[in-house]
Design a protein around this ligand. Structure first.
Ligand SMILES: [Cu+2]
Length: 68
């Protein structure tokens, strides 16, 4: 299953790396692509709640606008 996560607050490659690292560390996440340009993460997941993805991103200081 693929989730598209719209993220606000990423400004540079360090932000992108931090989001990627955080999402990759979650159980149930199998692949992560984060785009600074698009302000979004494309995440391949097995079984994970949207809230878990959202909390992980918000924990490191970014805002989640939408998950679909
Ligand atoms: Cu940054």
């Amino acid at each position: 299953m693929i989730k598209e996560i719209k993220i606000e607050g990423m400004h540079c490659p360090n932000c992108v790396a931090a989001v990627k690292r955080e999402l990759e560390a979650l159980e149930g996440v199998t692949h992560v692509d984060v785009s600074l340009e698009d302000g979004q993460a494309i995440v391949e997941v097995e079984e994970i709640a949207d809230e878990t993805l959202q909390e992980a991103i918000e924990d490191i200081g970014f805002d989640v606008v939408e998950i679909k």
